[in-house]
Design a protein around this ligand. Structure first.
Ligand SMILES: [Zn+2]
Length: 461
């Protein structure tokens, strides 16, 4: 390696690596991984030491009066880079006499490299830790990078939290409403463009706070938005802990290019938390109850009815089945009044002084369903009409997001239990990675960092 100055004068020559090949065989074509790692490490070491020398040289004189600063010795500084951990000599200098205030001495290198991990390495660590388990991340990085020692999983964990917390710190404040009628009126005419579709659903993560497996789960809300052009992005958070869920959703919509008068259609299963969240976020959006959730509840009632065969009269079961079919038909066409009437008559049909356990259960389910429809009635559209117009009626597209965002990293084949705080933070990085926004975030923090150069790839985490 030859290092030249700006005028092309050779400053330094180093032997970095040598290569010897005797036979031309497939396994000896070009560099092996070990040779490549050694080479990169060798280059990295020389380049960084040279950069450090240059930088410290420039610090030796007072920046105000130009007099040389006195030295106060050196101390070792360990700096972790993509291509190896480097031990650098950090020079300590006395401040010049012309500086009256502040401490007497300082370490310019220690100040410049305050984070002892290079941004590029931090980026790779957090990105991969968000996609695959911590241990696998550690092994993967050690296998392909000249790291000397694998990164400890506790260090990866710490870095993930640090990066996520930095993101959290930059998240804007929560508001009661985000898209208000005033803002809406300021815009002249509503955008005639097709709406952005937003779906919200929940997934479950195994908790480390609970004594046993059955009760040890907590819910994660996952949202996915789809632009009319088909671009998708996702967001995830623990609504029980999160103080800014609306802000998060708002940022998701903003990053999808939504402006105040753009039509947005929200779909959800009708749970109160999620419904309030989207209502307050954008009261002017279109809020729909997901047909899939609704149909599931009808299916459950149908099954309970069939389950009564051994203990109840056949006529009753047939009558209930007919009414359930009719109920489904009315709901599919958005006919709420008729649907609520049918639910009432179903209850009358089922209610009796003496009832089998099965019948009691069905009656309870029907009653709960009545409450569910009544609460959500303003969000029930004419599904049939939407379906014929090829408009979205279900949040099934969110299910794949729940699977991608939560299940694959947090649930499947992972024996790990999660703290709510830790899961929330990792989810923030994971959604950034899946949305392909992590690199841009790092570039905001480290403007000299290059844009992503990796090829477009399908991440199968
Ligand atoms: Zn000075």
């Amino acid at each position: 390696m030859i290092i030249e100055d700006d005028d092309g004068q050779v400053q330094d020559i180093h032997d970095v690596f040598s290569l010897q090949r005797n036979h031309f065989q497939p396994e000896q074509v070009g560099l092996t991984l070990a040779e490549a790692k050694g080479t990169l490490h060798g280059i990295q070491e020389r380049v960084v030491h040279h950069q450090v020398d240059d930088y410290l040289q420039a610090q030796r004189c007072c920046s105000t009066c130009g007099k040389p600063r006195r030295q106060k010795g050196t101390h070792p500084l360990v700096y972790r880079t993509l291509f190896g951990t480097l031990r650098l000599d950090s020079l300590r200098l006395y401040h010049c006499r012309c500086q009256q205030h502040g401490p007497r001495s300082f370490s310019p290198l220690a100040q410049l490299l305050a984070e002892r991990t290079a941004p590029e390495l931090l980026y790779l660590e957090t990105k991969w830790a968000a996609l695959i388990p911590y241990r696998a991340t550690s092994e993967l990085l050690a296998e392909v990078l000249p790291l000397e020692h694998a990164v400890r999983t506790s260090v990866l964990h710490h870095h993930v939290h640090k990066v996520a917390q930095r993101m959290e710190g930059e998240l804007g404040e929560e508001r009661y409403l985000f898209i208000t009628p005033d803002e809406h009126e300021e815009q002249s005419l509503p955008d005639p463009a097709p709406p952005l579709i937003v779906g919200l659903d929940g997934g479950y993560v195994h908790s480390c706070d609970q004594p046993n497996r059955q009760e040890g789960w907590f819910e994660v809300i996952v949202g996915k938005s789809i632009t009319p052009e088909g671009d998708t992005k996702c967001v995830a958070f623990l609504h029980k802990r999160d103080s800014k869920p609306k802000r998060r959703l708002f940022e998701l919509l903003k990053s999808q290019g939504v402006h105040a008068n753009q039509p947005v259609t929200f779909l959800s299963g009708g749970g109160e938390t999620v419904r309030n969240l989207q209502l307050y976020l954008n009261p002017l959006g279109e809020h729909l109850l997901d047909w899939f959730h609704l149909a599931m509840k009808l299916t459950v009632m149908g099954q309970r009815n069939k389950g009564m065969q051994k203990v109840e009269a056949r006529d009753l079961i047939t009558d209930v089945a007919t009414q359930l079919d009719s109920l489904k038909h009315h709901l599919w066409n958005g006919n709420i009044t008729q649907a609520l009437r049918l639910i009432d008559s179903l209850q009358l049909l089922l209610k009796d002084d003496t009832m089998s356990l099965e019948r009691k259960k069905l009656l309870k389910t029907v009653r709960e369903f009545g409450g569910y429809i009544a609460t959500n009635q303003q969000f029930i559209p004419d599904y049939g009409d939407r379906y014929r117009n090829e408009e979205t009626i279900t949040t099934s597209f969110v299910e794949s997001a729940v699977n991608q965002v939560v299940s694959k990293r947090f649930v499947k084949a992972q024996q790990m239990r999660w703290s709510q705080h830790g899961a929330h933070l990792l989810l923030q990085i994971r959604t950034h990675v899946l949305n392909k926004d992590l690199r841009a975030r790092f570039q905001q923090w480290y403007p000299g960092m290059a844009a992503e150069s990796e090829p477009e790839m399908q991440v199968a985490a």
